[in-house]
Design a protein around this ligand. Structure first.
Ligand SMILES: [Mg+2]
Length: 435
Protein backbone atom coordinates (compact mmCIF):
# COMPACT_ATOMS: atom_id res chain seq x y z
CA UNK A 1 0.00 0.00 0.00
CA UNK A 2 1.35 3.41 -0.97
CA UNK A 3 -0.62 6.41 0.11
CA UNK A 4 -0.43 9.93 -1.36
CA UNK A 5 0.14 12.04 1.71
CA UNK A 6 0.70 15.57 0.46
CA UNK A 7 0.55 17.78 -2.60
CA UNK A 8 2.99 20.60 -3.24
CA UNK A 9 2.38 23.10 -6.07
CA UNK A 10 4.96 25.46 -7.56
CA UNK A 11 4.65 28.27 -10.12
CA UNK A 12 7.83 27.85 -12.18
CA UNK A 13 8.65 30.30 -14.97
CA UNK A 14 11.69 30.53 -17.26
CA UNK A 15 12.43 33.93 -18.84
CA UNK A 16 12.60 32.59 -22.43
CA UNK A 17 11.05 35.75 -23.88
CA UNK A 18 14.47 37.43 -23.60
CA UNK A 19 15.76 35.47 -26.61
CA UNK A 20 12.44 35.15 -28.52
CA UNK A 21 12.80 31.37 -28.36
CA UNK A 22 9.30 30.06 -28.82
CA UNK A 23 8.01 33.15 -30.66
CA UNK A 24 5.25 32.64 -33.20
CA UNK A 25 2.49 34.62 -34.88
CA UNK A 26 0.17 34.43 -31.88
CA UNK A 27 2.59 34.09 -29.01
CA UNK A 28 5.08 36.88 -29.45
CA UNK A 29 7.19 36.53 -26.32
CA UNK A 30 6.48 33.46 -24.21
CA UNK A 31 8.08 32.73 -20.86
CA UNK A 32 7.94 28.93 -20.80
CA UNK A 33 6.33 27.95 -17.54
CA UNK A 34 5.08 25.00 -15.58
CA UNK A 35 2.52 24.64 -12.86
CA UNK A 36 4.49 21.94 -11.12
CA UNK A 37 3.09 19.30 -8.81
CA UNK A 38 4.96 17.17 -6.33
CA UNK A 39 2.92 14.34 -4.85
CA UNK A 40 4.50 12.92 -1.70
CA UNK A 41 3.86 9.39 -0.52
CA UNK A 42 4.42 7.23 2.54
CA UNK A 43 6.44 4.73 0.47
CA UNK A 44 9.55 3.57 2.42
CA UNK A 45 11.79 4.66 -0.48
CA UNK A 46 10.30 8.18 -0.35
CA UNK A 47 8.82 7.87 -3.83
CA UNK A 48 7.48 11.21 -5.07
CA UNK A 49 5.41 11.85 -8.18
CA UNK A 50 6.26 14.82 -10.35
CA UNK A 51 3.81 16.28 -12.80
CA UNK A 52 3.37 19.51 -14.67
CA UNK A 53 1.14 21.43 -16.93
CA UNK A 54 2.65 23.83 -19.41
CA UNK A 55 1.80 27.51 -19.87
CA UNK A 56 3.70 30.43 -21.39
CA UNK A 57 3.89 32.75 -18.39
CA UNK A 58 1.15 35.01 -17.05
CA UNK A 59 -1.76 32.85 -15.91
CA UNK A 60 0.48 30.08 -14.65
CA UNK A 61 -0.65 31.10 -11.16
CA UNK A 62 -4.25 30.30 -12.16
CA UNK A 63 -3.28 26.74 -13.07
CA UNK A 64 -1.32 26.44 -9.82
CA UNK A 65 -4.39 27.61 -7.90
CA UNK A 66 -6.61 25.14 -9.78
CA UNK A 67 -4.21 22.32 -8.84
CA UNK A 68 -4.56 23.36 -5.19
CA UNK A 69 -8.35 23.20 -5.55
CA UNK A 70 -8.11 19.67 -6.96
CA UNK A 71 -5.66 18.65 -4.21
CA UNK A 72 -8.26 17.27 -1.75
CA UNK A 73 -9.41 14.80 -4.44
CA UNK A 74 -6.00 13.12 -4.51
CA UNK A 75 -4.42 13.54 -1.07
CA UNK A 76 -5.12 10.49 1.08
CA UNK A 77 -5.69 8.20 -1.90
CA UNK A 78 -4.01 4.84 -2.02
CA UNK A 79 -2.08 3.91 -5.17
CA UNK A 80 -3.38 0.31 -5.12
CA UNK A 81 -6.96 1.53 -5.36
CA UNK A 82 -6.06 4.02 -8.09
CA UNK A 83 -4.24 1.38 -10.13
CA UNK A 84 -7.03 -1.14 -9.76
CA UNK A 85 -9.57 1.35 -11.13
CA UNK A 86 -7.79 3.85 -13.37
CA UNK A 87 -10.97 4.84 -15.18
CA UNK A 88 -12.73 5.51 -11.89
CA UNK A 89 -9.74 7.51 -10.66
CA UNK A 90 -9.77 9.68 -13.80
CA UNK A 91 -13.51 10.26 -13.51
CA UNK A 92 -13.09 11.27 -9.88
CA UNK A 93 -10.53 13.90 -10.93
CA UNK A 94 -12.73 15.36 -13.67
CA UNK A 95 -16.11 14.73 -12.12
CA UNK A 96 -16.24 16.87 -8.97
CA UNK A 97 -19.64 18.45 -9.38
CA UNK A 98 -18.57 21.93 -8.26
CA UNK A 99 -15.15 22.09 -9.89
CA UNK A 100 -16.42 20.80 -13.22
CA UNK A 101 -18.56 23.91 -13.53
CA UNK A 102 -15.43 25.87 -14.47
CA UNK A 103 -14.64 23.30 -17.20
CA UNK A 104 -15.92 20.79 -17.80
CA UNK A 105 -12.74 19.17 -19.06
CA UNK A 106 -11.34 22.36 -20.52
CA UNK A 107 -9.41 25.47 -19.54
CA UNK A 108 -7.31 25.93 -16.42
CA UNK A 109 -9.11 23.22 -14.45
CA UNK A 110 -8.30 20.61 -17.10
CA UNK A 111 -4.68 21.77 -17.41
CA UNK A 112 -4.50 21.35 -13.64
CA UNK A 113 -6.03 17.87 -13.91
CA UNK A 114 -3.29 16.94 -16.37
CA UNK A 115 -0.54 17.96 -13.94
CA UNK A 116 -1.97 15.78 -11.16
CA UNK A 117 -2.83 12.81 -13.38
CA UNK A 118 0.67 12.92 -14.89
CA UNK A 119 2.18 12.96 -11.38
CA UNK A 120 0.08 9.93 -10.40
CA UNK A 121 1.36 8.01 -13.46
CA UNK A 122 4.87 9.04 -12.44
CA UNK A 123 4.36 7.34 -9.06
CA UNK A 124 2.86 4.28 -10.77
CA UNK A 125 5.95 4.01 -13.00
CA UNK A 126 8.28 4.34 -10.03
CA UNK A 127 6.43 1.66 -8.07
CA UNK A 128 6.88 -0.64 -11.07
CA UNK A 129 10.44 0.64 -11.69
CA UNK A 130 9.69 1.33 -15.36
CA UNK A 131 9.65 4.29 -17.72
CA UNK A 132 6.08 5.13 -18.74
CA UNK A 133 6.35 3.73 -22.27
CA UNK A 134 7.44 0.37 -20.85
CA UNK A 135 4.74 0.37 -18.18
CA UNK A 136 2.10 0.89 -20.89
CA UNK A 137 3.70 -1.61 -23.25
CA UNK A 138 3.65 -4.27 -20.50
CA UNK A 139 -0.02 -3.72 -19.67
CA UNK A 140 -2.53 -6.14 -21.18
CA UNK A 141 -5.09 -4.85 -23.70
CA UNK A 142 -7.79 -5.22 -21.03
CA UNK A 143 -5.80 -3.21 -18.51
CA UNK A 144 -5.20 -0.44 -21.04
CA UNK A 145 -8.85 -0.27 -22.03
CA UNK A 146 -9.78 -0.04 -18.36
CA UNK A 147 -7.76 3.21 -18.08
CA UNK A 148 -9.89 4.98 -20.69
CA UNK A 149 -13.10 6.89 -20.03
CA UNK A 150 -15.30 6.19 -23.05
CA UNK A 151 -18.00 8.57 -21.92
CA UNK A 152 -18.97 10.90 -24.81
CA UNK A 153 -16.80 9.02 -27.33
CA UNK A 154 -18.42 5.59 -27.54
CA UNK A 155 -20.25 6.62 -30.73
CA UNK A 156 -16.81 6.87 -32.37
CA UNK A 157 -14.91 4.14 -30.52
CA UNK A 158 -16.35 1.41 -28.32
CA UNK A 159 -14.36 -0.36 -25.59
CA UNK A 160 -14.60 -3.51 -27.70
CA UNK A 161 -13.06 -1.77 -30.74
CA UNK A 162 -10.28 -0.36 -28.55
CA UNK A 163 -9.62 -3.83 -27.20
CA UNK A 164 -9.41 -5.29 -30.70
CA UNK A 165 -6.90 -2.62 -31.81
CA UNK A 166 -4.68 -3.45 -28.85
CA UNK A 167 -5.09 -7.22 -29.15
CA UNK A 168 -4.14 -7.15 -32.81
CA UNK A 169 -0.75 -5.64 -31.92
CA UNK A 170 -0.10 -7.78 -28.87
CA UNK A 171 1.92 -10.59 -30.45
CA UNK A 172 4.26 -8.27 -32.41
CA UNK A 173 4.95 -5.75 -29.62
CA UNK A 174 8.40 -7.08 -28.81
CA UNK A 175 9.61 -6.67 -32.41
CA UNK A 176 8.70 -2.99 -32.36
CA UNK A 177 10.31 -2.46 -28.95
CA UNK A 178 13.49 -4.03 -30.28
CA UNK A 179 13.38 -1.84 -33.38
CA UNK A 180 12.92 1.38 -31.37
CA UNK A 181 15.64 0.43 -28.90
CA UNK A 182 17.98 0.34 -31.88
CA UNK A 183 16.80 3.37 -33.85
CA UNK A 184 14.85 5.61 -31.48
CA UNK A 185 11.55 7.27 -32.38
CA UNK A 186 11.65 9.75 -35.30
CA UNK A 187 11.34 13.47 -34.61
CA UNK A 188 11.19 16.81 -36.38
CA UNK A 189 12.51 20.08 -35.02
CA UNK A 190 10.95 23.50 -34.63
CA UNK A 191 14.14 24.99 -33.21
CA UNK A 192 15.25 26.51 -36.52
CA UNK A 193 12.16 28.50 -37.30
CA UNK A 194 10.76 30.71 -34.55
CA UNK A 195 9.13 33.80 -35.99
CA UNK A 196 11.28 36.24 -34.03
CA UNK A 197 14.52 35.00 -35.64
CA UNK A 198 16.11 37.08 -38.42
CA UNK A 199 17.21 35.65 -41.79
CA UNK A 200 20.79 35.19 -40.74
CA UNK A 201 19.85 33.25 -37.62
CA UNK A 202 17.45 31.11 -39.67
CA UNK A 203 20.21 30.25 -42.17
CA UNK A 204 22.69 29.50 -39.43
CA UNK A 205 20.26 27.23 -37.58
CA UNK A 206 19.28 25.37 -40.76
CA UNK A 207 22.93 24.57 -41.38
CA UNK A 208 23.51 23.63 -37.77
CA UNK A 209 20.59 21.21 -37.53
CA UNK A 210 21.31 19.67 -40.90
CA UNK A 211 24.82 18.89 -39.69
CA UNK A 212 23.37 17.37 -36.53
CA UNK A 213 21.50 14.87 -38.68
CA UNK A 214 18.04 16.47 -38.75
CA UNK A 215 15.95 16.03 -41.91
CA UNK A 216 12.51 17.08 -40.76
CA UNK A 217 11.64 20.64 -39.83
CA UNK A 218 8.94 23.16 -38.98
CA UNK A 219 8.77 26.90 -39.57
CA UNK A 220 6.48 29.41 -37.93
CA UNK A 221 4.44 31.47 -40.37
CA UNK A 222 1.46 33.80 -40.21
CA UNK A 223 3.13 37.17 -39.81
CA UNK A 224 3.67 39.07 -43.05
CA UNK A 225 3.13 36.92 -46.18
CA UNK A 226 6.15 38.30 -48.03
CA UNK A 227 8.36 37.65 -45.03
CA UNK A 228 6.98 34.13 -44.78
CA UNK A 229 7.68 33.49 -48.46
CA UNK A 230 11.19 34.75 -47.87
CA UNK A 231 11.64 32.52 -44.81
CA UNK A 232 10.40 29.44 -46.67
CA UNK A 233 12.71 30.29 -49.58
CA UNK A 234 15.72 30.58 -47.27
CA UNK A 235 14.72 27.32 -45.63
CA UNK A 236 14.58 25.45 -48.97
CA UNK A 237 17.86 27.04 -50.11
CA UNK A 238 19.63 25.85 -46.99
CA UNK A 239 17.88 22.54 -46.46
CA UNK A 240 17.18 21.37 -50.00
CA UNK A 241 14.20 19.49 -51.35
CA UNK A 242 14.78 16.10 -49.72
CA UNK A 243 13.92 17.25 -46.24
CA UNK A 244 10.35 17.72 -45.06
CA UNK A 245 8.85 21.07 -44.09
CA UNK A 246 5.88 21.79 -41.84
CA UNK A 247 4.42 25.25 -41.32
CA UNK A 248 2.60 26.50 -38.25
CA UNK A 249 0.35 29.59 -38.11
CA UNK A 250 -0.65 29.31 -34.44
CA UNK A 251 -4.31 30.23 -35.00
CA UNK A 252 -3.89 33.66 -36.60
CA UNK A 253 -6.14 33.38 -39.66
CA UNK A 254 -9.81 33.24 -40.48
CA UNK A 255 -10.84 30.26 -42.57
CA UNK A 256 -10.75 31.83 -46.04
CA UNK A 257 -7.58 33.72 -45.17
CA UNK A 258 -5.94 30.46 -44.11
CA UNK A 259 -6.73 28.84 -47.44
CA UNK A 260 -5.51 31.80 -49.50
CA UNK A 261 -2.36 32.26 -47.44
CA UNK A 262 -1.38 28.60 -47.39
CA UNK A 263 -1.88 28.33 -51.16
CA UNK A 264 0.76 31.03 -51.57
CA UNK A 265 3.21 28.90 -49.60
CA UNK A 266 2.34 25.67 -51.43
CA UNK A 267 5.34 25.95 -53.77
CA UNK A 268 7.60 25.20 -50.79
CA UNK A 269 5.85 21.86 -50.37
CA UNK A 270 4.83 21.92 -46.75
CA UNK A 271 3.57 18.60 -45.46
CA UNK A 272 1.05 20.33 -43.24
CA UNK A 273 -0.35 23.65 -42.16
CA UNK A 274 -0.67 23.65 -38.40
CA UNK A 275 -3.35 25.50 -36.42
CA UNK A 276 -4.50 27.60 -39.38
CA UNK A 277 -7.44 29.09 -37.48
CA UNK A 278 -9.26 29.01 -34.14
CA UNK A 279 -8.43 25.70 -32.44
CA UNK A 280 -12.14 25.30 -31.60
CA UNK A 281 -13.37 25.65 -35.18
CA UNK A 282 -13.80 22.03 -36.20
CA UNK A 283 -15.86 22.72 -39.31
CA UNK A 284 -13.53 25.56 -40.29
CA UNK A 285 -10.60 23.16 -40.16
CA UNK A 286 -12.60 20.72 -42.28
CA UNK A 287 -13.18 23.43 -44.90
CA UNK A 288 -9.47 24.27 -44.94
CA UNK A 289 -8.51 20.60 -45.17
CA UNK A 290 -10.82 20.08 -48.13
CA UNK A 291 -9.45 23.12 -49.97
CA UNK A 292 -5.80 22.15 -49.41
CA UNK A 293 -6.12 18.45 -50.04
CA UNK A 294 -5.57 18.76 -53.83
CA UNK A 295 -2.25 20.54 -53.09
CA UNK A 296 -1.04 17.65 -50.94
CA UNK A 297 -1.08 19.77 -47.78
CA UNK A 298 -2.72 18.34 -44.69
CA UNK A 299 -4.11 20.15 -41.66
CA UNK A 300 -2.42 19.51 -38.33
CA UNK A 301 -3.96 20.56 -35.05
CA UNK A 302 -4.58 19.49 -31.49
CA UNK A 303 -2.16 21.28 -29.18
CA UNK A 304 -5.05 23.51 -28.09
CA UNK A 305 -7.68 20.82 -28.41
CA UNK A 306 -8.79 20.42 -24.87
CA UNK A 307 -10.40 17.02 -24.58
CA UNK A 308 -11.18 13.69 -26.24
CA UNK A 309 -14.62 14.92 -27.34
CA UNK A 310 -13.10 17.61 -29.54
CA UNK A 311 -10.60 15.15 -30.98
CA UNK A 312 -13.50 12.83 -31.75
CA UNK A 313 -15.26 15.54 -33.75
CA UNK A 314 -12.07 16.65 -35.57
CA UNK A 315 -11.54 13.04 -36.61
CA UNK A 316 -15.17 12.45 -37.56
CA UNK A 317 -15.25 15.63 -39.65
CA UNK A 318 -12.04 14.88 -41.58
CA UNK A 319 -10.73 18.14 -40.10
CA UNK A 320 -7.27 16.91 -39.06
CA UNK A 321 -4.84 14.88 -41.14
CA UNK A 322 -2.25 14.99 -38.36
CA UNK A 323 -3.32 14.59 -34.75
CA UNK A 324 -1.27 16.70 -32.36
CA UNK A 325 -2.02 15.55 -28.86
CA UNK A 326 -0.67 17.62 -26.00
CA UNK A 327 0.36 15.75 -22.86
CA UNK A 328 -0.69 18.61 -20.57
CA UNK A 329 -3.83 19.94 -22.24
CA UNK A 330 -5.57 16.59 -22.44
CA UNK A 331 -6.26 15.39 -18.91
CA UNK A 332 -3.12 13.31 -18.56
CA UNK A 333 -2.17 9.81 -19.72
CA UNK A 334 -5.68 8.32 -19.43
CA UNK A 335 -7.23 10.77 -21.86
CA UNK A 336 -4.23 10.59 -24.19
CA UNK A 337 -4.82 6.84 -24.49
CA UNK A 338 -8.41 7.54 -25.59
CA UNK A 339 -7.18 9.84 -28.36
CA UNK A 340 -4.39 7.50 -29.54
CA UNK A 341 -6.97 4.75 -29.94
CA UNK A 342 -9.47 6.99 -31.77
CA UNK A 343 -6.75 8.29 -34.10
CA UNK A 344 -5.83 4.70 -34.93
CA UNK A 345 -9.42 3.87 -35.77
CA UNK A 346 -9.70 6.91 -38.06
CA UNK A 347 -6.27 6.15 -39.53
CA UNK A 348 -4.82 9.55 -38.68
CA UNK A 349 -1.15 9.69 -37.61
CA UNK A 350 -0.39 11.10 -34.17
CA UNK A 351 2.42 13.68 -34.13
CA UNK A 352 2.45 15.12 -30.61
CA UNK A 353 2.97 18.76 -29.78
CA UNK A 354 6.16 19.32 -27.80
CA UNK A 355 8.76 21.93 -26.97
CA UNK A 356 8.00 24.31 -24.16
CA UNK A 357 9.30 22.80 -20.96
CA UNK A 358 8.83 19.14 -20.09
CA UNK A 359 6.67 18.39 -23.12
CA UNK A 360 9.39 16.59 -25.09
CA UNK A 361 10.10 14.47 -22.03
CA UNK A 362 6.40 13.57 -21.78
CA UNK A 363 5.36 12.96 -25.36
CA UNK A 364 8.29 10.73 -26.25
CA UNK A 365 6.75 8.07 -23.99
CA UNK A 366 3.33 8.52 -25.60
CA UNK A 367 4.54 8.16 -29.18
CA UNK A 368 6.80 5.25 -28.34
CA UNK A 369 3.82 3.46 -26.81
CA UNK A 370 1.60 4.50 -29.72
CA UNK A 371 3.92 2.64 -32.08
CA UNK A 372 4.38 -0.38 -29.84
CA UNK A 373 0.78 -0.90 -28.81
CA UNK A 374 -1.63 1.11 -30.95
CA UNK A 375 -0.63 2.36 -34.41
CA UNK A 376 2.12 -0.19 -35.20
CA UNK A 377 3.23 2.27 -37.88
CA UNK A 378 5.78 5.05 -38.16
CA UNK A 379 4.46 6.34 -41.47
CA UNK A 380 4.04 10.12 -41.34
CA UNK A 381 4.56 10.02 -37.59
CA UNK A 382 7.10 12.28 -35.94
CA UNK A 383 7.36 13.83 -32.54
CA UNK A 384 8.08 17.54 -32.34
CA UNK A 385 11.35 18.55 -30.77
CA UNK A 386 12.23 22.03 -29.61
CA UNK A 387 13.82 22.14 -26.23
CA UNK A 388 16.09 24.88 -25.06
CA UNK A 389 15.34 24.04 -21.41
CA UNK A 390 16.50 20.44 -21.03
CA UNK A 391 19.27 21.60 -18.70
CA UNK A 392 16.65 22.07 -15.99
CA UNK A 393 15.30 18.52 -16.15
CA UNK A 394 16.73 15.58 -14.21
CA UNK A 395 16.38 13.13 -17.11
CA UNK A 396 16.07 15.21 -20.29
CA UNK A 397 15.02 13.64 -23.57
CA UNK A 398 18.02 12.34 -25.47
CA UNK A 399 18.13 12.65 -29.25
CA UNK A 400 20.46 11.16 -31.79
CA UNK A 401 20.39 11.88 -35.54
CA UNK A 402 16.94 13.39 -35.21
CA UNK A 403 15.46 10.49 -33.23
CA UNK A 404 14.32 10.31 -29.62
CA UNK A 405 16.25 7.54 -27.87
CA UNK A 406 14.12 5.39 -25.60
CA UNK A 407 14.11 6.75 -22.04
CA UNK A 408 15.27 4.28 -19.42
CA UNK A 409 14.72 5.99 -16.08
CA UNK A 410 11.64 4.86 -14.15
CA UNK A 411 8.90 7.48 -14.26
CA UNK A 412 7.11 9.79 -16.66
CA UNK A 413 10.09 12.10 -16.85
CA UNK A 414 9.18 15.64 -15.85
CA UNK A 415 11.19 16.16 -12.70
CA UNK A 416 13.07 19.44 -12.39
CA UNK A 417 16.58 19.74 -11.05
CA UNK A 418 16.77 20.69 -7.39
CA UNK A 419 17.90 24.28 -8.06
CA UNK A 420 14.90 25.12 -10.24
CA UNK A 421 12.50 26.09 -7.46
CA UNK A 422 14.98 28.45 -5.78
CA UNK A 423 15.95 29.99 -9.06
CA UNK A 424 12.79 30.09 -11.17
CA UNK A 425 9.77 30.04 -8.87
CA UNK A 426 7.62 33.08 -9.61
CA UNK A 427 7.84 35.74 -8.28
CA UNK A 428 10.39 35.03 -5.54
CA UNK A 429 13.02 32.87 -7.30
CA UNK A 430 16.43 34.50 -7.71
CA UNK A 431 15.99 34.83 -11.48
CA UNK A 432 12.82 36.90 -11.07
CA UNK A 433 13.87 38.91 -8.03
CA UNK A 434 16.99 40.04 -9.91
CA UNK A 435 15.35 40.73 -13.28
MG1 LIG B 1 2.14 24.55 -32.98
Amino acid sequence: MTKITEIEVRDIRFPTSKELDGSDAMNKAPDYSAAYVILKTDHPDNIEGYGLTFTIGRGNEICAKAIESLGPLIVGQDMDSIISDMRGFWRSMTGDSQLRWIGPEKGAIHLATAAIVNAVWDIYCKLEKKPLWRLLADMSPQELVSCVDFKYISDALTPQEALEILQKNESSKEERIKELLETGYPAYTTSVGWLGYDDEKLRHLCQKYLKLGWRHFKLKVGGNINEDINRCKIFREEIGDDCTLRIDANQVWDVEEAIAYTKRLAEFKPLWIEEPTSPDDILGHATIAKALNPLGIGVATGEHCHNRVMFKQFLQAGAMQFCQIDSCRLGGVNEVLAVLLMAKKFDVPVCPHAGGVGLCEYVQHLSIFDYIGVSASLENRRVEFANPLSQHIVNPAVLKDGNYLLPEAPGYGAEFNSNVINQFEFPNGSEWVNS
